[in-house]
Design a protein around this ligand. Structure first.
Ligand code: ACO
Length: 431
């Protein structure tokens, strides 16, 4: 890592201080101001982390201006069309693509960890039938901490690895169980003869009285969506996992925190919100009215699935999903999907509107993903759950990377205090 110097001036007393510039392998350099307070007695202020790098990471690279996304150096377009989800999971976790033997070994480990402790089913029974599956996911994933005392030493690399495997393996089982609970059907056990995505489809759609044979198209589509959602560097939920983990918290609690962060409509909750929005718009003739609403600063409505903190160009994941959307809908005999037509028209109008052009607002990954999930028979309230299943791979990869980084310390931002200055307590009778 190159260390050039850069200068920062302390405005308060006019003195200047020099700080190193940290450079990665690609992307903008960062001024290392970690000793700024100690040396100059001032903080930096950057709400929303608009210009702040929180860590070094070798997992995922994004060039938001060019619309580039690399997992461990490999372009997302290549992985999406050529790899399996577990191959990508291995890549994100361990840094290299697996050879055949390593992949088979990894698939076997993940497959053998998919079952849940029977007592966990009681947790699900405690939820009301109309509980949102994300609410169940947050609760049940957090409660996994109560079951694996044998491997919760976060300073032990092998314990970290076992926990990562358990999370990747059990998330689909928990997600499908949450769905089954919400529709009042019995939970389906995982099947070891099925691949990761096919097994998930089986747990979602089979019943004890009727088998479900996952079609190849559905499995392929899910594999693709899972790869596209697997990681996205320091987004809100991943940063949440890292922040929770920086205190030494156990991985199940950290991932539960990540799921909570993902749930918001500005993040992973957007895929559900996009479908809600498309249904609300209802017809192409209403598109312009909704575009005007999105532009109106007095109206809280935003075009869901549009805009991104990092991408100021077309989100490469959205480009891939849009392309396969046609194909998947056709193959699933859902070619005349009015919501897809509506989404494409909405995109076309928004991308030719000055408001969206000037602000560089393009469709993001969630603009089209819900349309495919819907065609696969996944209900709307499960969309963000699907995202969470896939993103678990990214969360645990970042958590493991953070804990093996010698620079890791507890995450603890500073603040600019704007409250009252010191004052004396007034007895209640005198207030
Ligand atoms: N519709 C209308 N206007 C928008 C939208 C939108 N979807 N997104 C951004 N803008 C406008 C803002 O009002 C702002 O306008 P201004 O400069 O006149 O004030 C400008 O574009 C910049 O937007 P910010 O909110 O400052 O951008 P930020 O980086 O903070 O937010 C975010 C990014 C949260 C993704 C935002 O674009 C948004 O809310 N989009 C809709 C929700 C969504 O799709 N989220 C999924 C993101 S992808 C993911 O997490 C997987």
């Amino acid at each position: 890592m190159a260390n050039e110097t850069t200068t920062i001036i302390n405005n308060a007393n006019g003195e200047s201080y020099e700080f190193p510039l940290r450079e990665g392998t690609i992307g903008p350099a960062a001024v290392d101001i970690s000793s700024l307070y100690k040396e100059a007695g001032i903080f930096t202020y950057d709400p929303g982390f608009m210009s702040t790098a929180s860590c070094h990471s070798a997992i995922t690279y994004i060039d938001g201006e060019q619309g580039v996304l690399l997992y461990r150096g490999y372009p997302i377009e290549q992985l999406a069309t050529k790899a399996s989800f577990l191959e990508v999971a291995y890549l994100l976790l361990y840094g290299e693509l697996p050879d055949e033997q390593s992949l088979v070994g990894f698939e076997t480990i993940i497959t053998r960890h998919t079952m849940l402790n029977e007592n966990l089913k009681n947790f699900l029974d405690g939820f009301h039938y109309d509980a949102h599956p994300m609410a169940m996911l947050v609760g049940v994933v957090g409660s996994l901490s109560a079951f694996y005392h044998d491997s919760l030493s976060v300073n032990e690399p092998r314990h970290r690895e076992i926990s990562a495997h358990r999370l990747i393996a059990k998330l689909p089982t928990i997600a499908a169980a949450a769905y089954k609970h919400s529709i009042g059907e019995p939970i389906m056990y995982p099947r070891n003869d099925l691949r990761y995505c096919a097994n998930f489809l089986h747990m979602m759609f089979a019943t004890p009285c009727e088998d479900y044979k996952p079609g190849l198209i559905a499995e392929k589509a899910m594999n693709l969506l899972f790869i596209l959602h697997a990681d996205h560097e320091q987004n809100a939920s991943t940063s949440t996992v890292r922040l929770a983990g920086s205190s030494g918290a156990n991985p199940f609690a950290c991932v539960a925190a990540g799921i909570a962060s993902l749930w918001g409509p500005a993040h992973g909750g957007a895929n559900e919100a996009v479908l809600d929005m498309l249904v609300e718009i209802g017809d192409v003739k209403n598109v312009q009215r909704y575009i005007e609403k999105a532009k109106d600063k007095d109206d809280p409505f935003r075009l869901m699935g549009f805009g991104h903190r990092v991408y100021k160009n077309y989100d490469p994941r959205a480009k891939i999903i849009r392309e396969v959307c046609h194909q998947v809908l056709e193959e699933l005999a859902d070619a005349d999907n009015p919501l897809f037509d509506l989404a494409m028209r909405l995109e076309e109008i928004a991308l030719s509107d000055d408001y969206f052009v000037e602000r560089k607002l393009y469709p993001n990954v969630d603009f089209y993903s819900g349309i495919i999930y819907r065609a696969l028979g996944i209900p709307r309230n499960m969309f963000t759950v699907m995202f969470a299943v896939a993103r678990t791979v990214g969360w645990v990869s970042h958590w493991m990377e953070m804990l093996s980084d010698s620079n890791n310390r507890i995450g603890r931002p500073r603040q600019i205090y704007c409250g009252p200055t010191q004052r004396d307590y007034v007895p209640i009778s005198k207030r």
